[in-house]
Design a protein around this ligand. Sequence first.
Ligand SMILES: Nc1ncnc2c1ncn2[C@@H]1O[C@H](COP(=O)(O)OP(=O)(O)OP(=O)(O)O)[C@@H](O)[C@H]1O
Ligand SMILES: [Mg+2]
Length: 138
Amino acid sequence: MNEFLSISEEETKRIASQLAEQLNGDEVILIYGSLASGKTVFVKGLARGLGIDENLVSSPTFTIMNIYAGKSLLFHLDLYRLEDPGEMDFLGIEDFLGMGVLAVEWGEKAEKAPWAKNAIRVYLEQISEKERKIKVMF
Ligand SMILES: Nc1ncnc2c1ncn2[C@@H]1O[C@H](COP(=O)(O)OP(=O)(O)OP(=O)(O)O)[C@@H](O)[C@H]1O
Ligand SMILES: [Mg+2]
């Protein structure tokens, strides 16, 4: 486990970017944390580390999933709107597992999926306006 205290959006991106640089390119990363804790910021940092323009990364609120191409593909999933874990079956995630890095906001909603088993887990906790505790569990 790695633990960080980030004091800015930029620092959170750097932490995520350094994690991304160490990836094989087929990992699942579940991201936990309440509203505005920095989940999307973290994904922007992952994108940076994968050689993707982080400004392309936005919250896939209406699309559920966005796909970006860099050193490897980045599948960015936001499960905020998922009401029933059974809805996950319709996303067909198994079809692209292993084809890129899969980063999932609201990781708790994917907890029961078979592909979540060996995921890297990232916990974001808002400490103050600018401070975030970041725990990365492998
Ligand atoms: N240390 C920090 N790390 C990350 N974000 C920070 C930090 N300090 C302040 N922020 C701000 O917190 C907000 C985080 O927004 P972000 O969209 O990443 O949250 P989120 O967890 O994805 O929210 P949502 O649940 O709506 O998807 C941004 O406005 C960002 O600028
Ligand atoms: Mg978000």
